[in-house]
Design a protein around this ligand. Structure first.
Ligand SMILES: Cc1cc2nc3c(=O)[nH]c(=O)nc-3n(C[C@H](O)[C@H](O)[C@H](O)COP(=O)(O)OP(=O)(O)OC[C@H]3O[C@@H](n4cnc5c(N)ncnc54)[C@H](O)[C@@H]3O)c2cc1C
Length: 393
């Protein structure tokens, strides 16, 4: 077994880190969305375009679709280093929709949409969950009815992350109400400017409105916008979910959170801000524990990418990585907020906040990470049945 990197990969990692360190101020992701504290670069959107010019957002894609034809490991190295620094990595288009489209899209869909994703020109959002359909996603009720060359969509989605700023939504609909629930679903892409789409933001406990309710009222979508075959959309969606649960970014987000906590723990108390870790301090062991678990998380993520690079399709392996990395994000948040004491729970607005209220934000934002992309219980069900061969419960 070889856990090492090739010379080429080591050189590429150095190129990426040198570039990011020279051109991007590290930002704290707070376990979810990046906080806008950078100064050297204008915005996440502008920097995405710079990274796209380097070909890094979608470097493992074939050249004809806007990629570089590079290795999956290279793609992962970029994503890991960018996430550690809170830099953009291409979002849902680059990491979920594009890879799914590469497998299930028509040639016309690929030629039209993949280069736009590679060039960071478009933002995608995901219309899967509904008020009554989350873990049991196949019970979804949003209808799409054929009308000539179009389908007409009616229904409601919920928890649509980033719908306010998205250009396209990929959406699951029911096209055969009489078929068994997994066999009556069709999958479409819809331009968010299409008449009949209404977006209503949902404000979360940390104050941001990252989620939305998305309503569809007689939304007309051309039949050519369907992914895969009519009533077979479920099987296309599971490909996308495998990509959603893969990825090094959750692990790297913990690194993004742990680095400043360690820096803080090394500062002397007299500086006012720091909480110097002393001999026999129980938090020494807690920080060490996080470091151990972070290494485990790192190798679980690497394994998923390695499988993809070999043409294998990670399935329960992605679930293992997702459970471990998201639960670690929460453990790190709990350990951090406890270590910082009462003031660690204060919001950034408070003048008494420690570390600018970062761990308060991290604590609140990471609560959702074991839900999004499929809950930990659902991942454990997948690991139990597909990984361990246990009967369905
Ligand atoms: C940060 C975040 C981002 C999200 N972004 C999007 C998005 O962009 N687009 C989108 O479509 N959705 C999105 N979601 C929704 C997400 O996919 C759902 O929240 C998730 O699938 C769970 O569904 P639910 O909330 O309806 O909970 P439910 O399915 O109602 O589950 C409630 C509880 O019951 C447990 N449970 C349910 N079924 C089982 C079972 N069979 N065995 C054991 N336990 C079970 C669950 O684990 C959970 O603890 C997002 C959610 C979060 C938190």
């Amino acid at each position: 077994m070889n856990f090492g990197w090739t010379d080429e990969e080591l050189t590429f990692r150095k190129r990426v880190t040198d570039f990011l360190d020279a051109n991007w101020d590290r930002r704290r992701i707070a376990g979810g969305a990046a906080t806008e504290e950078g100064s050297r670069t204008a915005s996440t959107e502008d920097f995405s375009k710079v990274l796209a010019e380097h070909g890094w957002l979608t470097m493992a894609w074939p050249k004809e679709y806007g990629g570089e034809g590079a290795s999956y490991m290279g793609q992962m190295i970029f994503k890991e280093e960018a996430t550690i620094r809170g830099a953009p990595t291409g979002g849902m288009g680059a990491h979920m929709v594009g890879p799914m489209m590469m497998i299930h899209g028509t040639e016309e869909q690929k030629r039209e949409h993949l280069p736009k994703i590679a060039n960071a020109e478009v933002i995608w959002c995901q219309g899967f969950s509904e008020p009554g359909s989350g873990s049991d996603l196949a019970s979804l009720q949003t209808r799409a009815t054929r009308d000539g060359d179009d389908f007409v969509i009616n229904g409601q989605k919920i928890w649509t992350s980033g719908a306010q700023s998205a250009d396209y939504i990929h959406v699951l609909t029911r096209t055969d109400a009489d078929a068994p629930k997994h066999r009556g679903i069709s999958y479409f892409m819809v331009d968010m400017k299409t008449p009949g789409i209404t977006i209503r933001p949902l404000v979360q406990m940390h104050g941001a409105a990252g989620f939305n309710e998305t309503f569809f009222e007689d939304v007309r979508v051309p039949a050519k916008n369907m992914f895969g075959e009519e009533n077979r959309g479920w099987y296309v969606a599971t490909t996308l979910l495998d990509f959603e649960r893969s990825g090094v970014d959750r692990m790297a987000t913990t690194q993004n959170a742990l680095d400043p906590l360690l820096a803080h723990a090394k500062q002397p108390d007299s500086a006012g801000e720091g909480r110097r870790i002393v001999e026999n301090d129980p938090y020494r062991h807690k920080l060490a524990e996080t470091a151990v678990e972070l290494e485990v998380s790192r190798y679980l993520s690497y394994r998923v990418t390695w499988m993809q690079s070999r043409g294998l399709v990670p399935n329960y392996e992605s679930s293992i990585s997702k459970v471990h990395s998201t639960e670690l994000l929460q453990k790190n948040a709990r350990r951090g907020i406890n270590m910082l004491g009462l003031a660690g729970a204060l919001k950034p607005e408070s003048k008494h906040a420690v570390m600018g209220g970062l761990y308060c934000q991290i604590y609140m934002q990471t609560t959702s990470r074991t839900l999004g992309g499929g809950t930990s219980e659902i991942q454990r069900n997948i690991i139990a049945t597909r990984g361990l061969g246990l009967p369905r419960g």
